[in-house]
Design a protein around this ligand. Sequence first.
Ligand SMILES: Cc1ncc(COP(=O)(O)O)c(C=O)c1O
Length: 296
Amino acid sequence: MIWYPYAQMKTLDAPIKISHAKGVHLYTEDGQDLIDSVSSWWSVIHGYNHPEINAAISGQLEKFAHIMLGGMTHEPVQKLSDKLAQWLPGDLDYCFFSDSGSVAVEVALKMALQFNTNRGSDRDMILSLEHAYHGDTFKAMEVGDDEDYHFAFGVNSEKKRGVVHIPIEIPALEKAFEEYGERLTCFIVEPLLQGAGGMRMYDVCFLERARQLCDQYDVLLIFDEVATCFGRTGNRFVADLVLPDILVLGKALTGGYIGHAVTVANRRVYKDIHSSRVKLFVSSSVTFSRSSNNGV
Ligand SMILES: Cc1ncc(COP(=O)(O)O)c(C=O)c1O
């Protein structure tokens, strides 16, 4: 039996049964032609059943579907990371692949915590936004702020010690940095648009001020662009407007064909984690935790 997500099974309406799809169209078993205006939760950005993507995937399947990056590498992953580095702004060049947006958020947070540990700092707090949604794994839920997702898991504000949620207002931002700036490891945001938290849009000047304050207090800025990447806000990436230190991409990354995501670090984060014995040791624990999912 299928247990459907984001629904109470007791009151669930019978789901619409899809037989095939093309472009924006979903065709039902009983002959209806529907337009999917949410692109399967903003992932199918090129449309369903796209001939070029179909051909690329079929071609790759003739060679292999998945090979871990633990101790191995291959041309498709090299091409993808080169292309991302070329497309992304600034020195966001270091690509860490994983299997979903939630896990890629976890990787970003681990990078920030590890960066902090490596420099011998005892900073222990994360700044986040009210109404934030960053996925459904436990740390992603902690930095998120959505009761719909959290109440059943006991992830309430008391248990979220070390995570501060602020409204999207510049005075609140400035106050949070004044109060906690020296204790923050990172500030994580869905830039310009909070999706699952209610399609809340906000102004880029909030992000510009956040960048200034992160520089002033030496705090890493993380953009979770799982929902906004590849043109969803009218910019290719919001990172083209304001440069984060760590960027998370997912969903549209594969046009919705497979679950896959990437956490991209800038040179400073990468070099820091790269350049000492402690850093390498802690870094490899990040790598091992993802090794089984590092596919094409
Ligand atoms: C901003 C944001 N971050 C993270 C996620 C989690 O991604 P996934 O569902 O691939 O785990 C989502 C999912 O909608 C999202 O919108």
